[in-house]
Design a protein around this ligand. Structure first.
Ligand code: ZN
Length: 276
């Protein structure tokens, strides 16, 4: 089986530099790469873009913008400026999508934060359109509603994308954040129909989870109904990359080539299982 529909997030193999990640992903036959900000800090976006274009890898997205809400207007403006710069970097590395971790402000209601997120996205939208970089609203699990995201269900992300109503704004479905939601099937169908399903992130939920950020599991090792969700995503018309995004202190301690072998094996098993 080929791995040309598989994309890896650079954060998944965090100990590797961008250059190491590119070399190893290519050797493994992986088709795509989603580049995290920290991976290009050392070399800068322009040089990273040259290196990525010279590789055979498809740049799927740049991660991550967002963090729009604040009780202070100065901070909200700062976030808008930061996101414009991130869009420039996305364009420089050849990424067609900037993933948004939208942010939340614990000093105000979530509904207020969602309004500020929408205002922030609308403020950077002309710049995104000019650069040809799309914006993907990624809902985060409610356990992150304190500071990371006030958008916690796919329904809320769909509401926002539909309210903004622009071909450069859509949603990102990440199984880690959404697997528990009883409305998931219906909401995946909804964003597929609207043309808003921009990206699909996979991993698994480790049982028991010992850390709420850095203990994600590889596909097949946890409790997420991956075959079911994959089917819904495909039925919704999504034909893009399946992006493996795993933050895990345990896996980062491993030899990263060994870990990469585990990832490609887990991905193949996952695809095989889903096809049965
Ligand atoms: Zn994700």
């Amino acid at each position: 089986m080929t791995l040309d529909q598989l994309c890896l997030h650079t954060i998944t193999t965090k100990p590797w530099s961008l250059e190491e990640a590119i070399d190893h992903y290519q050797s493994a036959g992986v088709g795509g790469i989603s580049v995290w900000q920290n991976a290009i800090e050392a070399m800068g976006a322009e040089a990273a873009g040259r290196r990525l274009r010279a590789s055979g890898l498809d740049v799927v997205s740049y991660v991550r913008g967002g963090f729009f809400p604040s009780v202070e207007s100065k901070a909200r403006q700062q976030a808008i400026d930061d996101n414009k710069r991130l869009l420039d970097e996305a364009a420089a590395i050849g990424a067609p999508l900037l993933v948004l971790v939208c942010g939340a402000e614990p000093r105000q209601p979530l509904s207020e934060s969602r309004k500020q997120i929408q205002t922030g996205i609308e403020a950077v939208l002309p710049h995104a359109k000019e650069l040809g970089v799309r914006l993907g609203i990624e809902p985060l699990h409610p356990m992150y509603a304190d500071t990371r995201s006030a958008v916690n269900t796919l329904g809320q992300a769909n509401d926002m994308a539909e309210a903004i109503d622009h071909d450069h704004v859509g949603v990102v479905v990440d199984v880690y954040h959404l697997w528990w939601d009883p409305e998931l099937e219906q909401q995946i169908r909804r964003c597929g129909t609207a043309g808003h399903l921009f990206a699909y992130h996979i991993c698994d939920w480790r049982v028991p989870t010992t850390d709420l950020l850095l203990d994600r599991e590889l596909m097949g090792e946890g409790c997420i109904p991956l075959s079911q969700i994959r089917q819904w995503v495909r039925d919704a018309g999504f034909q893009g990359y399946e992006e493996v995004e795993v933050f895990s202190s345990r896996y980062w301690e491993m030899d990263q080539q060994e870990f990469l072998n585990k990832i490609t094996k887990a991905y193949q098993d996952y695809v095989h299982k889903a096809k049965r």
